[in-house]
Design a protein around this ligand. Sequence first.
Ligand code: FES
Ligand code: FES
Length: 156
Amino acid sequence: MAITLNINGTKKSVDVPADTPLLWVIRDELKLTGTKFGCGMAQCGACTVHLNGAPQRSCVMPVGAAASMSITTIEAVDDQYSQALQAAWEELDVPQCGYCQSGQIMSAIGVLKNHPNPTDQNIDNGMSGNICRCASYGNIRKAILLAASKIKTTEV
Ligand code: FES
Ligand code: FES
């Protein structure tokens, strides 16, 4: 069955069953491999994308349910939040192996959108579903706070 997706600002038609996980479609059909497969059970956050601007786990989202939404993957985020986070990530050398990092950034964008001056609790709430096997949590927290300060001082 052909399903039309609104992804990264363009319409894409895919011929897959409606219950196919969105993550499979993003990676295998559309070849957008920045979004990662980790657990497949909404437990790790590696597959995080934005649906209508909010972070969601794409591994448990049927593609048919996402067809009416605006889907954004790590390849297409380009706003003040993503730019500030990317700059902070680089400045603090956050990634270790890197596998979880696209999901971390997608969730971190959600934190900053909802909390321009995030508290530790805001960060905990927004990031707790994103697992990092390399335990880069301390630097991720610092980078989110640095990105928030960059946005405030319009460095980005
Ligand atoms: S792969 Fe989706 S949450 Fe782990
Ligand atoms: S940087 Fe390796 S899993 Fe997070």
